[in-house]
Design a protein around this ligand. Structure first.
Ligand code: HMG
Ligand code: MG
Length: 296
């Protein structure tokens, strides 16, 4: 059954901007404040990763230190202990650790095997617990991998269970390349839901093939109540060539409105935030809803 309320985790400032060159620190801060004003309570604000790997996120500490949003759950990627230390110091309230259901993707993305990633994360987890920080997990490539093609749902289950066993309060399931269609997503989620409570799962869909919203509908129908999305459909992954951004938050909010599902977000303000950041980087939103609201 559909949930009555959905929590949207906003990815625009991290997943959205990690692939965009030359976005100023000031524009990032303006974006996150505008997202908060639109009612978003869970905002991934940056990534404490190697600046050699992803230079776009090198100013994450500066961005987060400049925010004054006590009522917002500000999270950031922390792939290792080094990142976790800097993140905590900057004022991050939730860590996110990330691995994959595909060995090749894991290697290309974080330079280690899936098992090694879990070992690294256990140090991050210990540090997080000692500092009262909750930790979210990500599994990439749940519906396919840019290097390996098809991924067995069983593998997604195994990796998800490892992250939960480490102590993640929730695991976000990434269709990193956006190749999944509704039946595939339903197959993977149905397997996971046989073993894992639905309150511990989130979906994180990229829209490369235009399937993200349909896939979210499939996930909602199975009772999943946490959805990752990026304002204006910003983004892409530097280690998944050709993959486009996350599903647009505006489009998800419009869908939820139609389904009568609560979300707490002001769609017009959200759309304005999307127009503002995309104009700052010389683009237009990749969101049909944002464009429609602008033209009507
Ligand atoms: P490595 O090279 O194996 O690590 O990278 P290392 O420990 O050997 O360190 C190498 C250098 O990086 C050293 O510097 C470290 O100090 C530095 P050097 O001595 O050469 O000058 N370093 C760091 N600097 C700052 N912050 C850190 C840090 N760690 C090491 N935390 C590492 C391993 C994980 C760091 C690297 O592979 C990395 O940063 N990868 C980036 C991955 C990334 O950000 N990918 C995009 C986000 S994931 C995604 O988009 C998917 C998701 O959205 C879900 C989905 O869509 O599926 C989440
Ligand atoms: Mg992603």
């Amino acid at each position: 059954a559909f949930p009555t309320k959905v929590r949207i985790v906003e990815m625009g400032a991290r997943d959205g901007l990690q692939n965009e060159k030359a976005v100023s620190t000031k524009d990032k801060i303006t974006l996150i404040n505008a997202l908060s004003d639109a009612g978003l309570k869970d905002i991934e604000a940056g990534a404490f990763v190697s600046p050699k790997w992803v230079p776009q996120m090198a100013d994450s500490a500066e961005v987060i230190k400049a925010l004054d949003l006590p009522h917002v759950n500000l999270s950031a990627l922390t792939p290792n202990l080094k990142g976790a230390h800097v993140a905590l110091d900057a004022g991050v309230r939730e860590f996110a650790i990330f691995t994959a259901a595909s060995e090749s993707f894991c290697q290309k993305n974080i330079n280690c095997s899936i098992d090694e990633s879990i070992e690294r994360f256990s140090e991050v987890m210990t540090f997080a617990k000692a500092n009262n920080i909750r930790v979210r997990g990500y599994v990439s490539c749940i519906a396919g991998c840019p290097y390996e093609g098809d991924i067995a749902p069983q593998k997604v289950l195994e990796v998800t269970q490892k992250l939960l066993a480490l102590g993640c309060y929730e695991v976000s399931l990434g269709d990193t390349v956006g190749v999944g269609t509704a039946n595939k997503i339903t197959e993977v989620l149905s397997l996971l839901l046989q073993h894992i409570d639905k309150t511990k799962l989130a979906v994180h869909f990229h829209d490369t093939y235009g399937q993200a919203l349909t896939n979210i509908y499939a996930a909602l129908s199975l009772g999943i109540a946490t959805v990752d999305a990026a304002v204006a459909g910003l983004g892409g992954c530097p280690y998944a060539k050709g993959a486009s951004g996350n599903v647009a938050t505006e489009d998800v909010v419009y869908l939820l409105n139609g389904l009568g599902i609560e979300h707490g977000i002001d769609l017009q303000r959200l759309s304005n935030a999307g127009w503002q950041i995309t104009q700052a980087i010389g683009k237009a939103p990749v969101s049909k809803v944002a464009i429609a609201l602008h033209n009507t």
